[in-house]
Ligand binder design. Sequence first.
Ligand SMILES: NC(=O)c1ccc[n+]([C@@H]2O[C@H](COP(=O)([O-])OP(=O)(O)OC[C@H]3O[C@@H](n4cnc5c(N)ncnc54)[C@H](OP(=O)(O)O)[C@@H]3O)[C@@H](O)[C@H]2O)c1
Length: 266
Amino acid sequence: MINVAVLGVSGRMGRCLVRTVREAPDLSLSGALASATSATLGRDAGDVAETGPVGVVVTADREAALAGADVAIDFTLPGATIANLEAAAKRRIPVVIGTTGLDEACHAAIRGLSHDLPVLVAPNMSLGVNLLFGLVAKASAALGEDYDIEILEAHHRNKVDAPSGTALRIGEIAAGARGRALGDVGIYSRAGQTGRRPRGAIGLAVLRGGDIVGEHRVLYAGTGESLEIAHRATDRMTFAYGAATAARWIIGRPPGLYGMADVLDV
Ligand SMILES: NC(=O)c1ccc[n+]([C@@H]2O[C@H](COP(=O)([O-])OP(=O)(O)OC[C@H]3O[C@@H](n4cnc5c(N)ncnc54)[C@H](OP(=O)(O)O)[C@@H]3O)[C@@H](O)[C@H]2O)c1
């Protein structure tokens, strides 16, 4: 049995993870972390996830949440993620990170800690999106800069970072396939007198509303034709299943920084 600590247990993703762990015959919930101000502190994590009691109480104490874990899965906020990773590193517990909105300082901290610990970071845990990443690399290289790339993402009204980590990853892959860096060619907003679209630019547009789980669309607009590659997530459980797959995979790996491409055969 694999003991899993769910970090961010009271959140939308955390609750899906508790359900996933409960359903899986090889996984067992060993710890459940929420913020120090969470309304769920002291409650049974299974009740929070509406799956019935599991005998694990939600805590804001990282040490308690990580005790006895074989692996930790983090879906929180960037500031919490780094503190969680540091606590896991002290206990040599591998970590799967799904949290998005990580800035360069966070990525640098993760890279540093991954010298001593297996860490997997994935802005999107779904099989479909990770397949889309490969398709984007192929299409962006094959179509070249005569085809303008525009990335559109849509998420629910409660999402706090934009563009989504997935949209940024798509942009990085598309730019990289053309020998460019997203930092040089990305356009994140357009309003007023923008002038003509620069050749080779990659546009990123964002929609927020309702309960949209996650949509990503990549448009290649050429002369006389356009191609679109699109993914639509309809249930957060797809990310939770992906995170559980990553958690099983990372146990016993050597220290290092991994991604979903290492886990999934795509
Ligand atoms: N990689 C993927 O496939 C994927 C898929 C979906 C979402 N995400 C990302 O995952 C993250 C979480 O998403 P969500 O929709 O589940 O968010 P959410 O509903 O807001 O949940 C956030 C969770 O983090 C906890 N938290 C916040 N600050 C904390 C702290 N300082 N210490 C410990 N716990 C803390 C919250 O606890 P309380 O609120 O109870 O205080 C809550 O349990 C976001 O970055 C989102 O973009 C990634």
